[in-house]
Structures are given as structure tokens and as C-alpha cells.
Design a protein around this ligand. Sequence first.
Ligand SMILES: Cc1cc2nc3c(=O)[nH]c(=O)nc-3n(C[C@H](O)[C@H](O)[C@H](O)COP(=O)(O)O)c2cc1C
Length: 148
Amino acid sequence: MTAIYRQDLITYIYCSHATPAMQPDDMSKIIQLSEKHNPQLEVTGLLTYGGGMFLQWLEGPHHAVHELMGWIRKDPRHECILQLHSASGLDNRLYPNWSMELVAPHDIQNVLEQAAERADSTRHAEAISLLLQLFDEGALAPLKQSAC
Ligand SMILES: Cc1cc2nc3c(=O)[nH]c(=O)nc-3n(C[C@H](O)[C@H](O)[C@H](O)COP(=O)(O)O)c2cc1C
């Protein structure tokens, strides 16, 4: 992956609610599109969908993440997009090998906890800790109530 100036590498994490436009086979379409677009944009991350709720962790060059978020915001398959965390000037990515990994809702807390163990950036650790706290408080509970 091309070297990115330190101040340019950002993380953007949000949650959103699916609309009735979100059809059962849309998740695989979204992942297929992400696997096509994200490497071109040098964006990596993970996406979880369950209980009518999305949680996405995006990381990459500032301009690319914002360009991608421009498309994602306009996507009619979700609404109520809420930024949970963003950080800039990162030294490295947490998920450098995931162009957009679909993480099952029942796995997301484990995936975050494992990432926390290898996170060598305070800001990654802060982001993970915030998400785990939101799970503990029940704010992201719909994701976990999914039957998937
Ligand atoms: C929750 C959610 C997350 C998405 N994440 C990505 C993504 O990481 N990368 C991507 O290319 N498209 C993603 N999409 C799809 C985009 O919103 C959009 O449909 C797509 O980029 C349009 O591509 P096209 O113009 O080539 O059809 C996502 C959609 C949703 C609803």
C-alpha cells in the first residue's frame, strides 16, 4: 500500500440504521463493492450488520475516507448515520489487510478485544474502548440481538 503521510491517515467509525430498502442479499453486494472500491481508495476496515443496525470502522487517507463517506451517506439502504469516533494523524492501521471485512454481530466484541491486545496506538485503543463501552451500556445492543 502506498506510503501515506502521517497526518493524512484517519479512522472514522459510525453506526446507522437500515431502511426498508436494505434487502437480504444487499450485504454481500455491499461487501463486493467495497472489495472493488476500497483497495483503489486505500481504505480498510470492518462492517457489522445485525438487528437492523450497521457499525463500520473505516481507516485510510483523509480525502479517501471522506469521499467514501460521501457515497455511503447518500446510500438509501441506511439512515440516522451517527459518528461514534474519528481520529487523524495515525501512525498505522488496525486492519491493514481487510479491504472491508464483514464481521458477524456475535463476533464483533471478540474481534475488537483481540484488536485491543495488538493496538500500538493510544487512539486505536481509545476507539476500541469506546465501542466496547457502548456495547456494555446497550447502545449498540440491536446489533447483538440479531439472529445471525
Ligand atoms: C452501511 C454501508 C456501508 C458501505 N460501505 C461501503 C464501503 O466500505 N465501500 C464501498 O465502496 N461501498 C460501500 N457501501 C456502498 C456505497 O454506499 C455505494 O452503494 C457504493 O459505493 C456505490 O458504488 P457504485 O457507484 O459503483 O455502484 C456501503 C453501503 C452501506 C449501506
